[in-house]
Design a protein around this ligand. Structure first.
Ligand SMILES: [Zn+2]
Length: 237
């Protein structure tokens, strides 16, 4: 009886959270198995920005939209960033069915999501990306976002590990993909590669990339200024 009451209270809390904290449910159709499911999402206006880190990570005052960026089909286990969720080709659908769905056991996540839930969901999206042979830019963004979640948890070792993996994938992106990717133009990507090098202590590579941004003709003043600030951070130590 106590357990039932407790569960009931949890349910009310969940509904309250959905109402009060600007999380709402969105209906999504899975492109792999055609299952229709509901996923939590944050109202855009609700997430006021507190500050921005030098690698484009945004810190929010209220609900953290990063926690809800991965959509995960509870039926087949297909997971991807919401911007990529519907962009899956036929051979990739088969790869998900063969390699993920066959082993998939659904799990429930308490609402609201937190850093650890977000990390698990980003990692499931990364697993999908590896299985379906996604582009390097997709793997890079997922690794970067996992690193940011570890930053929120003050877990420096895991943060740097995922920043390093993001860097490898962004280098490949820069060489082999059509840019812009995920809203990053060529110079923002170049700056980001420099900044990730700085964060993992690769000073020489950092200076090389920042100098390229600063001396380029096409980069905006804002991104040039960010590269100059990044260079100053290195000189200071
Ligand atoms: Zn599905």
């Amino acid at each position: 009886m106590i357990k039932t009451l407790h569960n009931h209270k949890d349910l009310i809390n969940q509904v309250d959270n959905i109402n009060n904290k600007n999380i709402f449910l969105k209906r999504v159709t899975c492109p792999v198995c055609n299952n229709i499911f509901k996923t939590q999402t944050v109202k855009i206006n609700a997430s006021r920005i507190a500050s921005k880190d030098s690698d484009f990570f945004i810190r929010y005052l209220v609900e953290n939209p990063y926690f809800y960026e991965v959509w995960l089909c509870p039926n087949c286990g297909y997971a991807a960033l919401k911007t990529d969720f519907e962009k899956i080709r036929n051979f990739q659908i088969n790869l998900v069915k063969e390699n993920i769905t066959s082993k998939w056991i659904n799990r429930d996540y308490p609402i609201p999501f937190n850093e650890n839930v977000a990390i698990e969901r980003y990692k499931l999206a990364l697993l999908t990306a590896l299985v379906i042979q996604s582009k390097s830019s997709t793997k890079a963004m997922l690794c970067l976002k996992i690193a940011w979640m570890f930053r929120l948890l003050s877990d420096k070792i895991n943060e740097n590990n995922f920043l390093s993996q993001a860097l490898i994938a962004f280098n490949d992106t820069y060489t082999n993909e059509n840019i812009p990717i995920y809203g990053l133009d060529k110079f923002s990507l170049l700056f980001l590669i420099g900044e990730l090098n700085r964060r993992i202590g690769e000073d020489q590579a950092t200076l090389r990339y920042f100098s390229e941004v600063i001396t380029s003709i096409g980069a905006s003043q804002k991104i040039k200024e960010m590269a100059r600030d990044g260079k100053d951070k290195i000189r200071r130590y």
